[in-house]
Design a protein around this ligand. Structure first.
Ligand code: BG6
Length: 547
């Protein structure tokens, strides 16, 4: 995320970002509302707001007709253009097998932008983007596609002054990743030089287990240098996840108590109320554990638990993340039985609507043993975290959508209050709400007014929307911007991916060998199987707020 991880520069970024001016970070409030949506006029092309290092770029999307392009990439590029964060010298080239021409592709994308935007469309910006959109029809496996791609790139460089900088976004099924990269390599399209860049962005899943992740990394690294590979975990595009680092390292008051001496335990919950939707076939091979834990949950955990890096240089940050992930104790089969829970949803009701059991979803085996819920206790073997359990859980069809990190501190000694009616002191709890209702709250004890000493628990609460407004965002804006700027801080390095699979593989193995004995049913619309509650109860703890 370019310079924004430097706390002092982050301050500058906030103050210079027109989308937040006039909001509650009062010091920078101004009389003139400069938010992009409120601009009265634009020149033909968006003007860059400052001298950030986004390079001129041709953004090549493989899988241009797919859902990811429609729902995330194009809206994110539109939002970046709107906030003046795209370079002037910019073009998009969609590659897909669907036989349409550039004009038809532009019309489709125009309709998509219209359909998906929750905010009024800026027609000048939309036109600017559509004018730079091109299409190449071709099969990803056919070498001729890459010959034609090369010819088109040459032409686009001349038209848009993009100086041979190519960002290849593989918005395709993972089965194509290695092949596309190999063919780009064979065509000489990924050579990276001082005067131009060639970068490849890939989406999860990065393999299915440790051996497949290793072989995928190996196949990529045969053609590309690791520094050219940007593995996206869209959770790192969420402002609230990025803010964990700023919260920890830009404030003096939290880091000194961020360790086993003060923290009792940590909970990370990623709960969804949605089911598997139309992704039954994928989910049948992935399951909740592989789908969410080695990537999203462990990324959040690494931000919560890593040591402060010496600098915000991408490698310094990623070194610390890798270190903490490697410090997670790997489970023996007996630990898996004690410390993990797998669940599968049955029929139930969410927001008053009946929902089907997992086994009745489209493309799901009616006898499926795939988990739609996973919970576990992890331990990090380090000086900082010795003896502090990290409880993780994720599931589909849970009571409501909620992603949060809960830091529960230790209880204060009761001695002082022994002669009062205070029976016990409630520990302080810090809750980082990743989504929805993004914010941070901390609870503490306060004297309830009256002649007797009585302690009640009260909250201090910060809400993003209240301070910073709700600028349109897909969560991909920062990530795309960072690839163009060559900043890999928020992307996964091969060793981080492999460390994640090392944690998950032993759990999968035991669950698979146990078959139906490993899976506990839960009613859709609840917080998962009873056994997940027992997981904490046997340590004398409960899941935050979800009892
Ligand atoms: C994806 C998973 O990576 O993340 C999905 O494959 C899941 O199964 C999604 O629904 C959750 O993302 P978000 O941003 O909606 O929390």
């Amino acid at each position: 995320m370019d310079t924004s991880f430097d706390p002092s520069l982050l301050g500058a970024r906030i103050s210079h970002d027109p989308s937040v001016e006039g909001k509650r970070n009062v010091k920078h409030s101004q009389d003139v509302d400069t938010r992009p949506n409120h601009r009265q006029e634009h020149s033909d092309l968006p003007q860059l707001s400052n001298g950030q290092t986004r390079s001129p770029t041709i953004f090549v999307v493989f899988g241009a007709q797919g859902d990811l392009t429609k729902r995330k990439l194009i809206p994110a590029l539109y939002n970046l253009a709107l906030s003046h964060h795209l370079p002037q010298e910019f073009a998009i080239l969609g590659v897909d097998v669907v036989p349409v021409n550039t004009e038809e592709f532009r019309e489709k994308i125009s309709r998509d932008i219209q359909e998906l935007s929750s905010h009024p469309i800026d027609t000048t910006i939309k036109k600017w983007l559509l004018d730079r959109l091109h299409y190449l029809q071709g099969d990803f496996r056919d070498p001729h596609t890459y010959e034609r791609l090369q010819a088109m790139l040459t032409q686009l460089n001349e038209t848009y002054g993009t100086r041979e900088n190519y960002l290849y976004y593989l918005a395709t099924a993972p089965t194509f990743f290695s092949e596309i990269v190999q063919k780009l390599g064979a065509q000489g399209l990924v050579e990276h030089r001082k005067d131009y860049y060639r970068r490849v962005v890939i989406e999860k899943p990065f393999g299915h287990d440790l051996p497949s992740a290793r072989s995928m990394n190996h196949a990529m690294q045969e053609v590309l240098d690791e520094s050219q590979i940007y593995r996206i975990d869209h959770y790192l595009g969420k402002e609230t996840v990025q803010n964990i680092l700023v919260f920890r390292f830009a404030n003096c008051i939290f880091e000194p108590i961020w360790n086993h001496r003060f923290i009792d335990h940590v909970q990370i919950t990623v709960a969804e109320s949605l089911g598997v939707e139309h992704r039954g076939a994928y989910y049948e091979s992935a399951g909740a554990l592989r789908d969410m834990v080695p990537n999203h949950l462990l990324q959040i955990l690494s931000f919560v638990a890593m040591e402060p890096p010496n600098t915000f240089d991408p490698e310094a940050v990623r070194d610390e993340k890798a270190k903490v992930l490697r410090a997670i104790q790997l489970m023996h089969p007996t630990d898996v039985l004690q410390s993990t829970v797998a669940g599968q949803y049955e029929a139930g009701s969410i927001d008053g609507h009946s929902v089907l059991p997992y086994r009745s979803e489209v493309n799901v085996d009616p006898l499926s043993l795939k988990e739609t819920f996973a919970a576990m206790t992890l331990h990090i073997e380090s000086w900082r975290w010795k003896g502090v359990p990290f409880y993780l859980r994720t599931g589909k069809r849970m009571q409501r959508r909620s992603t949060e990190v809960v830091i529960q501190f230790k209880s204060a000694p009761l001695m002082l209050f022994s002669k009062t009616s205070v029976g016990q002191l409630t520990p302080n709890v810090l809750v980082i709400r990743i989504q929805p209702d993004e914010g941070i709250s901390i609870s503490f004890g306060a004297k309830i007014p009256g002649p007797k000493v009585n302690v009640g628990t009260v909250d201090m609460d910060f809400q993003y929307a209240e301070y910073f407004g709700d600028a349109p965002s897909t969560g991909y804006e920062t990530l795309l911007h960072d690839v163009m700027a060559g900043d890999a801080t928020l992307f996964q390095r091969s060793d981080i991916v492999e460390a994640g699979w090392s944690v998950v593989d032993p759990i999968v193995k035991v669950w698979e060998s146990l078959g139906s004995h490993a899976i506990f049913p839960y009613v859709a619309g609840t917080w998962g199987p009873l056994e997940a509650h027992t997981l904490l109860a046997k340590d004398g703890r409960t899941w935050h707020d979800h009892n």
